[in-house]
Design a protein around this ligand. Sequence first.
Ligand code: CP
Length: 339
Amino acid sequence: MARSNLYGKHLITTQEWTKEELIQTLELAEDMKKERFSDKYAVVLKNRSFLMFFYNPSVRTRQSFEIAATELGGHALFLEPKSMRLKTATSAGETIEDAANVMSRYGVGLGIRILEAKIGAYGEGDDLIREYAEYSDIPIISMAHDKYHPCQGIADVQGYRAHLGKELKGKTIVHVWGHGALARSHCSVQESMLICSRMGMNVRVAYPKGYDLDPQVCEWTKKNCAENGMDFSISHDPAEAYEDAHVVYSRNWMSADAYHDGEFHKEDEVKKALPYTDWICDEEKMKLTDNGLFSHPMPIDRGHEVSDEVASGKRSICVDIAENRLHAQKAIMALTMGE
Ligand code: CP
């Protein structure tokens, strides 16, 4: 594999990659899925290491990146920043500039996850990742932060292409808020809105009043849809947006007021979200769709975001998509870090 046009490029959100770059990544991920245990891509990261900083926990992201590096002939290793001595707003320590410069001498890429209670205001995680990108000579890959989750978005679309066909133009995806006690960040749903609208899908979002998403993301989604002649809509009804949808994506997310006074108020969020018991994806609502697929980035909060019947039903593609994280990340690493 020669150096690609994406070599050295950061991945903070798919909105910052061209549609051609995203299709190139998806096609490579699809081939990597087919060729998983052949020698075709076995030395793309030979003698190279991928570094990961996890401020927050992870199952899929950490395992799939480690396996992706191994299957490409390289290695991945992780650090929890609490074991580093980084400078913060309240304590002395190493700057991001110094950490990014040193990591650039060790690895060929650096993944970062920072969201939920690890920040004190929406946007701080994005700011931190962009500061790493400013000083780093190697690609910075978001492994989920407060605003975006690009690896998840690419894996989602890989799943829709496998189940609905490669031409997604004209298909409809609905993102429905789910009640529950998790108060999740906006990253997965916002990334899905952006990449699905780039792929030419109609994009709908449904949530109770007060759970507004980032206005910039809504604006970009609307613009992406308009460029493809498609529609973007927001509804506050727990069922109407399901009508004739091809994909239903359920997810709990925190309200627009979750961060204030420099803190994440999780307990208030949980108290506020739990009474919305109508906001669950169940079989009755799925009957309104056009034989819709059920999608979720996982981990799933069964009984809150979605019923067991739907999560484990024939139209659920959550596990396929979780598997795609591996193939999508192999493609991202090969294109941005490999030779
Ligand atoms: N979807 C996702 O990022 O899963 P993890 O939080 O387990 O990494």
